[in-house]
Design a protein around this ligand. Structure first.
Ligand code: PXL
Length: 284
């Protein structure tokens, strides 16, 4: 399936996307993860930076927020000029940044029912538990951004923070998907990758009517930094190539599973998932 997305012909303008996200100085997650996957999947990515994190493979020691109006200005600058056919949000840091993004998205025709699909990866904390979103910003995420989202892609910790539902089995995963969908997105994806004690990593996709199960074998690696970003970025790339949401998510699930299988150790902590497996031919 990953053979999937057609490469752009030389000299031809590829599909364009926008990522609204934070920078990871270690190069594993955030914008840097998004850009790797976007490039390998043949889309041109514009960037609206929300925050500059200071981090390495052992954790996040701090971050500097971009002023909310500058986040919106980046979006306003690139979207009318370059044109984008799908948008992703990742680390958003604060409620004022979320509100500014939602207002800009509405002005620019981004979001469910507006023409340009919006994938919201509700990043709350790093894999080490370091906060990447102010606790008081959860309400803004739920109330302002989720209703605009075509798809939301929380992991199980984010599901608990956003809905109060603790996912432990299939029934609670369905309850969580329904609670997420009630917050307004067109589709909700509950990612099972953080399910404890399982050799499976099942995801569950829900549109308010049908549950779609996306099974996958768990790849047992400590080098999984940037997995969530990579899944959402691959989904956005597939949407930009014209796939519908279930097909885009299925494509992305396969992409991230292969990228986890190819992950490499780095530094003293957690290495990144590795979409560079796609470059299997030697250069030259
Ligand atoms: O993987 C979530 C994420 C997103 N964005 C940034 C991050 C992280 C996790 O550490 O640092 C900037």
């Amino acid at each position: 399936m990953t053979a999937g997305l057609p490469p752009p012909a030389p000299g031809c303008t590829p599909a364009r996307v926008l990522t609204v996200a934070g920078s990871d100085s270690g190069g594993g997650a955030g914008i840097q993860a998004d850009m790797r996957t976007f490039a390998l999947l043949g889309v041109h990515a514009c960037v609206a930076v929300t925050a500059v994190t200071v981090q390495n493979t052992t954790g996040v020691s701090g971050f500097h927020e971009v002023p909310p109006e500058v986040v919106a200005a980046q979006m306003e600058s690139v979207v009318p000029d370059i044109g984008v056919s799908a948008v992703k949000t990742g680390m958003l840091a604060s409620a004022p940044i979320i509100e500014s993004i939602a207002a800009a998205a509405t002005r620019l025709g981004i979001g469910t029912g507006r023409g340009v699909p919006l994938v919201v990866d509700p990043v709350c904390a790093s894999m080490h538990g370091d906060p990447l979103l102010a606790a008081e910003a959860l309400g803004a995420l739920r109330e302002v951004l989720f209703p605009l989202a075509t798809l939301v892609t929380p992991n199980l910790d984010e599901v608990r923070l956003l809905t109060g539902v603790e996912v432990v089995d299939d029934a609670s995963a369905r309850a969580a998907a329904a609670a997420l969908h009630d917050l307004g997105p067109r589709w909700a994806l509950v990612k099972g990758g953080h399910l404890r004690g399982s050799d499976q990593s099942p995801d569950l996709l829900y549109d308010g009517t049908d549950f779609i199960e996306l099974p996958a074998v768990r790849i047992d690696t400590r080098d999984d930094h940037g997995a969530g970003d990579t899944l959402a970025a691959a989904t956005v790339a597939a949407l930009a190539h014209g796939r519908d949401v279930p097909a885009a998510v299925a494509f992305a699930k396969d992409w991230v599973t292969r990228s986890l299988a190819a992950a490499y150790p780095l530094g003293a902590g957690h290495g990144p998932v590795n979409p560079l497996w796609r470059l299997s031919r030697p250069a030259g």
